[in-house]
Design a protein around this ligand. Sequence first.
Ligand SMILES: NC(=O)c1ccc[n+]([C@@H]2O[C@H](COP(=O)([O-])OP(=O)(O)OC[C@H]3O[C@@H](n4cnc5c(N)ncnc54)[C@H](O)[C@@H]3O)[C@@H](O)[C@H]2O)c1
Length: 396
Amino acid sequence: MSKIKMLNPIAELDGDEMTRILWKQIKEIVLEPFVELNTEYYDLGLRERDRTDDEITKHAAEAIRRLGVGVKCATITPNAGRMTEYDLKRMYPSPNGTLRAMLDGTVFRSPIIVPGLKSYIPGWVRPITVARHAYGDVYKAVEMAVPGKGKAELVFTGEDGVQRKTIYEFSGKGILQGMHNRLDSIESFARSCFEYALDTKQDLWFSSKDTISKIYDETFRETFQRLYDSEYKSRYEAAGITYFYTLIDDAVARCVKSQGGFVWAMKNYDGDVLSDMISSAFGSLALMTSVLVCPGGQYEYEAAHGTVTRHYYRYLKGEKTSTNPMATLFAWTGALRKRGEKDGNADLASFADRLEKAAIDTIVSGTVTGDMAALYNGACTVVDSESFLKAIAEKL
Ligand SMILES: NC(=O)c1ccc[n+]([C@@H]2O[C@H](COP(=O)([O-])OP(=O)(O)OC[C@H]3O[C@@H](n4cnc5c(N)ncnc54)[C@H](O)[C@@H]3O)[C@@H](O)[C@H]2O)c1
């Protein structure tokens, strides 16, 4: 059988621990026998980040910007324990943080829906994708403990003078917090959300609390509405999808009663909290995919989970582990499909579809990794990661 060719490369960002092992197995077992892989390889494993003083992460971000498509393996974000374990020169920042900051993207997280695997909310039969604004608000807040009686004020010193507003007249001790956001960041977030929903042909929801926060949240609501009316309305109507704004409390209630099948854009804190609720409700972190969509049209795909350290230590002792490769596999199919779409390479895009279908069919027919057994309706066979991937290749 002749292999499918790739006209242009994708940026391949390797990572750490158990996911690094899965990465190699996925390439060898389900990709390389069928596709002539064309990638620019960047090793973001912690040892290489340490050797290059983290320059490798910046080169990888530049490659994604240049090539338009990247696929990333999970990586360790070092803490004090990792400093000793890897004898690091310094405590490097999270590679995902560096990539996001350099590419100015929005992260979209969606579950892989497999018929027969239980969801804690049975009505959710289609994915719910959470888009979280990843700048500002409480994550960049300035806080103060108020020592006693006094007046707290918001003060803005601009080029044309000073504006003041009283926050509160304290009669005793208390606490204060100041948050901010930038219009350019809100606008680029909104644009990424509109583009992603169009690209995946799903409705877009945005929710906030503009009835209470009449300037801050209202600015988010107004930005989404203005962009929709001026740039997206006709494209959404042509695609048969809708943009919908509602208050966050109403959105939560509607979401639980929905069948899924939409993109839900949220402010930073709301997205932080609700993305964990939604991924848990869908069943497993190992079935959650993630894509960074950049205003420049670049896409970086990855699994939402980490490097599965516990399994890696068992692997190092010579055990075969039953680590779930689905989210990492879907990161590859996402990237290959997008490369195919960008290059007009229908063979590559349809290979990605067929590989995803083979993976889902493998689970439906009862071959699963350990984490999925608990979610499975009926009898199933638990196999190690390598056997699971071989079963997918067989179906393919
Ligand atoms: N995107 C990323 O690169 C990313 C994200 C989160 C954590 N991390 C890194 O990963 C390392 C481990 O972190 P963690 O333990 O908090 O998160 P983790 O996602 O690796 O594991 C969390 C829990 O989920 C289970 N799990 C996750 N993925 C699984 C899979 N594919 N198959 C079976 N079980 C799975 C694990 O066994 C564990 O119980 C840390 O060094 C952290 O910095 C990286």
